[in-house]
Design a protein around this ligand. Structure first.
Ligand SMILES: Nc1ncnc2c1ncn2[C@@H]1O[C@H](COP(=O)(O)OP(=O)(O)OP(=O)(O)O)[C@@H](O)[C@H]1O
Length: 920
């Protein structure tokens, strides 16, 4: 399995602006001999299709340590420069109903000519291939992937490769890519000589062109002649085998998780990147670029890290922070900023089946710099902690690290004070049969945690409050119940767990017993006490424990922000690093995976927008001649989640408000309402499937409604508010403030159904994060980040396939074998697409405004904490929308003119060249 993380870098100072590129293109065109064909593109569009399996097949012999390497995607973007207009390119629709739709933009347009074909593989033949064979026994994995539009994927580039008998990649029957040399092709069979001397007979359509070996191991994928899946994977493998874990893909840095120490970091290396004596692909280089662009252009930057769980995102984020700390050091703040990682990891990371240190929350850290480039503070925003882990998780996984660290590392005086025992004595910890992580010393980690808390200047008193709450949660898990009647009603067993939890919370055992075994129901002016059944009592106990932990986590983040905010007066600009939990697909996927994968869809959309859509728009605006590149557009999937009123989130919220609704009725509702959606499949027994950008995931709806409602009964909130200890009281007041009905400001008003649902809160926090990443100041729109044309030439589809997420086959209608038809169809498609794109932009933009307005309304009603003035911001938002509309109209007009020009030029150029040829 290969998994990876990627990072997108801002345009380097040395990169050319698109305008410069345009000028160069025109100049080159003018310099051409008059009878030469129009300029050739640097590289042909790759038509290698992706295999249908979710995981990419690796080149034969691609072995990674522990059978797992991961790639992280990183992106750094000048924040202020980014327009927040959501732009959609209306791509070439697939004819069949495909779960993932391919949209296009990208490489410079190619011209087609049989003579040139003889000379260069970089040109597609326009000859319809006669007698194309269909693979007789196509390997199951790749057969679908090797076909497009029902036709074999044999390309014109492949014609050239076959003629010249060049190196090729074959999709072998064992679903691996094998490198070989064409021996012969006759009829429907190609004979390929493999590296081990064996000869493989295969259908020609199962072949993809391989790069010449001179390109082996290039440090930027855009240098490759053929950007197809095996070539990219082979290149990454080769570099990986040399411990070169970083590779560029234009503005994106791909990081393959080494899962071992690699000699790439440390002071010496930092100095080399700082002094620019080294420029190999590296996270340091990305951070360096962000830092220097921030200083040079006075613009905030962001580094976006994505990848599946275990890809190495968190490590990558830490490495970037270390570099930034080294650049902006000597202020004293850098060590504080770095130490936040230790605290957040202790509280928010846990061992999962995929990753021993998996982040179970999303994080956006904004690092502030002074005008002289000194680090002067930071602010952390977190998203949706997986709190269910505190009380339940899969076998072999652990709860949050901090519990185990506390149990094994607390000094005797603390142990005595908190009545602490070993981890094995707590039900919440021992239930999943995993108390230790190989190679990790929890006791030492506890010492490091206390050091970090000291560095961040969290007082010893506050540290004691933190540890007391953790111990209280652990002891709560030891509270047990005994059934007292035939109706399964319970009473709390008076045991050590009950007494100790009560002591640590600052309440009496009786108060705790009442909250856990009874429920007060109001009937008019009276209230009736109802005994809870065993499952209800367990739920009440666990809900309280989860709630305390989640609020404790938020409180710690608040303390960190308070401490890191002290230097904010000298703040000038910032660099934000986004690291959210990676895409997850397990055998059983529940509400947590649903939320995590939704967040990843949003991130993917951000990535697509900045890497592909905005770039295309820039070409259009500058009148640059471009030809389409496919990429997986996840707009449909995202709208499956967010559409109102019939999106997954709305339907979940709606069903959560019905007292009699069940998880099964929710599943049935989804089936009824969404069965027409190509990204959705209703399955049996309360399950449903979503076709994510990263692959299909089946979700089990068990627990969805309860987890979305996240009920904490008012009795439990009352209990917290009556505790003597400060933190439980504080948590109760936050819960009251969180509830929609703020008017009476008391726990009585906190009726569960009035609370904002978990998914709604989550969506709002993602919108807030997007607002931090993307400036919505339209005035800065024209100054957004610039890319070199080389970026446009890289085939995004293939780059995306380097991750573990292999989308379904995407039909590519623009591959037309007839040159005239192709060029003209291409042009008309481009025009139609561009105009469609702008037209659709209006809809997207409206959605953005709606999101932003929703966010501000939530701020106004107190549901989301923010120090902004919502009325003022709403007014500004309205003004901006009006300004944008005006700007939009003129861009629409301008684009049409530009497209017209491009079309006219193509036409003239082609006629001129063909005219010369025919007159000879
Ligand atoms: N550059 C690196 N050098 C050495 N080891 C690494 C590196 N990157 C990642 N690792 C190893 O891989 C493990 C998983 O990485 P990490 O926790 O960063 O993944 P992640 O993408 O953040 O996962 P999740 O989404 O589950 O939080 C790390 O604990 C570390 O052991």
């Amino acid at each position: 399995m290969l998994s990876a993380a990627t990072v997108m870098a801002p345009a380097a100072a040395t990169q050319k602006s698109s305008l410069e590129v345009l000028l160069e293109t025109i100049k080159k065109r003018d310099e051409q001999p008059k009878d030469a064909p129009p300029a050739l593109p640097a590289r042909p569009t790759c038509r290698g299709r992706l295999p249908t399996t979710r995981r990419p097949s690796l080149p034969a012999g691609f072995k990674l340590e522990n059978d797992m390497a991961t790639v992280v995607a990183m992106e750094t973007v000048p924040v202020d420069k980014k327009p927040d207009v959501e732009k959609e390119i209306s791509g070439l629709e697939t004819k069949e109903d495909k779960p993932v739709k391919g949209h296009i933009f990208g490489t410079k347009r190619k011209f087609h000519n049989s003579e040139v074909l003889e000379e260069s593989p970089y040109v597609e033949s326009f000859h319809e291939r006669k007698g194309t064979t269909v693979c007789k026994d196509p390997p199951s994995v790749s057969s679908a992937s090797a076909k497009m539009n029902g036709k074999p994927a044999c390309t014109d580039v492949m014609d050239y490769v076959r003629q010249k008998k060049l190196r090729v990649w074959c999709s072998s029957p064992n679903a691996k890519w094998e490198l070989g040399q064409i021996k012969s092709i006759s009829g429907g069979d190609a004979e390929i000589l493999l590296a081990d001397g064996k000869v493989l007979t295969i259908s020609p359509e199962m072949l993809l062109p391989a790069n010449p070996d001179v390109l082996d191991g290039v440090d930027d994928l855009i240098q490759m002649s053929y950007l197809n899946e095996p070539s990219v994977l082979y290149n990454l493998q080769l570099r990986y085998s040399r411990d070169l874990i970083y590779t560029k893909a234009g503005p994106v840095l791909i990081a393959v998780n080494p899962l071992k120490e690699v000699p790439l970091y440390g002071k010496t290396s930092i100095m080399q990147y700082k002094k620019k004596t080294k420029d190999d692909p590296h996270v340091y280089a990305v951070a360096d670029l962000a830092f220097n662009e921030m200083l040079r252009d006075c613009i905030n930057q962001s580094i976006i890290i994505s990848g599946e769980s275990g890809a190495g995102k968190t490590e990558t984020a830490k490495i970037a922070m270390q570099y930034l700390a080294a650049l902006g050091g000597a202020s004293g703040m850098e060590s504080e900023v770095l130490q936040t990682n230790v605290i957040l990891e202790a509280l928010g990371n846990a061992k999962t089946s995929r990753n021993d240190n998996s982040s179970r929350f999303g994080k956006l850290i904004e690092i502030y710099f002074s005008e002289t480039g000194k680090m002067c503070g930071a602010k952390i925003q977190t998203f949706l902690l997986e709190k269910s882990r505190v009380v339940q998780r899969a076998q072999g996984e652990r709860s949050y690290h901090i519990f185990y660290q506390l149990c094994s590392g607390a000094p005797p005086f603390l142990k005595k004070k908190l009545f602490l025992k070993s981890a094995n004595d707590y039900n919440y910890l021992k239930q999943s049969n995993c108390l230790r992580i190989d190679g990790v010393n929890d006791s030492n980690k506890f010492t490091a945690l206390v050091d970090a808390l000291d560095t961040i200047q969290i007082s010893k008193e506050d540290q004691m409050k933190l540890f007391s709450m953790l111990a209280a949660v652990l002891w709560m898990g030891n509270i047990s119940f005994s059934v007292i009647d035939t109706e399964n009603h319970v009473e709390v067993v008076s045991n050590e767990g009950l007494a100790t939890a009560a002591k640590l919370l600052g309440c009496t055992s009786n108060q705790l017993v009442t909250a856990m075994s009874t429920r007060k129901i109001r009937a008019g002016n009276d209230s009736i006490i109802k005994k809870l059944t065993l499952p209800q009592a367990i739920d009440a106990r666990d809900a309280l424990a989860k709630s305390i932990y989640a609020h404790l986590f938020d409180w710690v983040v608040e303390q960190i922000n308070h401490s890191l905010g002290t230097g904010r007066q000298c703040t000038w600009r910032s660099i934000s690093i986004l690291d959210i939990y990676g895409f997850e697909c397990f055998n059983k996927n529940g509400f947590e995976q649903f939320c995590i994968n939704y967040a990843n869809e949003r991130l993917q959309q951000h990535f697509n927008r900045h890497l592909f859509k905005l770039q295309q728009e820039e070409y259009l605006e500058d009148g640059i001649d471009w030809a389409p590149v496919e990429f997986v557009d996840n707009t449909d999937c995202l709208s499956l989640f967010e559409k109102k009123p019939l999106g997954l989130l709305s339907l979940l919220d709606e069903e959560s408000t019905f007292p009699k609704a069940t998880d099964l009725s929710f599943a049935n509702k989804l089936k009824q309402q969404l069965s027409g959606n190509s990204c959705f499949k209703g399955e049996q027994e309360g399950t449903f499937k979503i076709c994510h950008y990263a692959g299909e995931v089946t979700y089990d709806t068990s627990g969805f409604l309860e987890k979305n409602r996240d009920p904490l009964h008012s009795d439990s909130i009352q209990l917290l508010s009556s505790c003597k200890c400060e933190l439980p009281k504080h948590f109760a007041s936050v819960m009251v403030a969180d509830s929609q009905n703020k008017s009476s400001q008391s726990w009585h008003s906190v009726v569960d159904t009035q609370k904002q649902s978990v998914v709604t809160k989550f969506k709002l926090s993602l919108v807030a994060a997007k607002k931090s990443l993307v400036s919505d100041d339209m005035a800065t729109r024209t100054a957004r980040s610039d890319f070199t044309p080389a970026h446009a030439q890289y085939n995004s589809e293939d780059t995306l396939s380097t991750g573990t997420h292999t989308p379904e086959v995407i039909e590519s209608r623009h591959h037309n074998h007839h040159p005239e038809a192709k060029v003209s169809a291409g042009n008309s498609d481009r025009r139609v697409n561009a105009v469609n794109h702008l037209e659709k932009e209006f809809e997207d933009r409206r959605q953005v405004f709606e999101d932003d307005a929703g966010f501000l309304v939530a701020v106004k009603s107190g549901q989301v904490g923010s120090n902004m003035n919502p009325d003022e911001e709403l007014r500004k938002l309205k003004d901006r929308f009006a300004t944008w509309k005006k700007d939009y109209k003129s861009r629409l007009k301008e684009t049409k003119v530009n497209l017209q020009k491009v079309g006219t030029h193509d036409e003239k150029s082609r006629k001129r060249w063909w005219g010369k040829k025919s007159s000879k």
